[in-house]
Design a protein around this ligand. Structure first.
Ligand code: ZN
Length: 179
């Protein structure tokens, strides 16, 4: 019988197979080898966050950033689940990991979209705090591995030219920083 759990497992398998088939040894030696060592670093909470991410793979802010990434002319990869926090995009040649964060879910500080809920606080506050902690942990792990971490907020994606500009700056700066 198909239970929701089984369906999710099946979807996970499909997603993994699909992604695996498209990502043979994707990003070259340095990162590839680090990635394989990291193979099983995900906690179950992070795993389910990643599955949520796969299901929502085409959110509008992400599409805006992806278009801008194309325009930047740099090669990039999507949803690297073998890296901490499963960055939404990575630029392997620049060692830059980009997260596209929803302002509410990731509590963008000072942003009008991140207003905290008014009811069921006992449910929401710990949940939102865990998201923030998870983001901070992922960023630290990535930086330990030599990645630069960039967050593009949902509210920033309202103007695609701003995002485009930001990615271009990332690319330029990273180039200057290379030895
Ligand atoms: Zn925001």
């Amino acid at each position: 019988m198909l239970t929701p759990g089984r369906i999710l497992t099946a979807l996970t398998d499909i997603a993994v197979t699909y992604r695996g088939s498209r990502n043979p040894n994707i990003i070259g030696d340095a990162i590839g080898s680090k990635g394989s060592i990291l193979g099983d670093h995900l906690t179950s909470a992070e795993r389910s966050a990643h599955m949520r991410k796969i299901r929502k793979i085409d959110t509008k802010p992400e599409l805006v950033v992806r278009r801008a990434a194309h325009a930047s002319g740099l090669r990039f990869r999507l949803h690297r689940c073998d890296l901490p926090g499963s960055p939404d995009l990575i630029f392997p040649s620049r060692q830059v990991a980009v997260f596209v964060h929803g302002c509410f879910w990731h509590q963008h500080e000072g942003c009008r979209l991140s207003r905290q809920p008014k009811s069921r606080l006992e449910y929401w506050l710990p949940k939102l705090r865990r998201n923030q902690e998870r983001d901070a942990r992922a960023a630290t792990l990535l930086m330990d591995l030599g990645w630069r971490v960039v967050t593009v907020w949902e509210c920033e994606t309202a103007d695609p030219t701003i995002v485009q500009q930001r990615l271009r700056e990332i690319a330029d700066r990273a180039m200057v920083m290379q030895p």
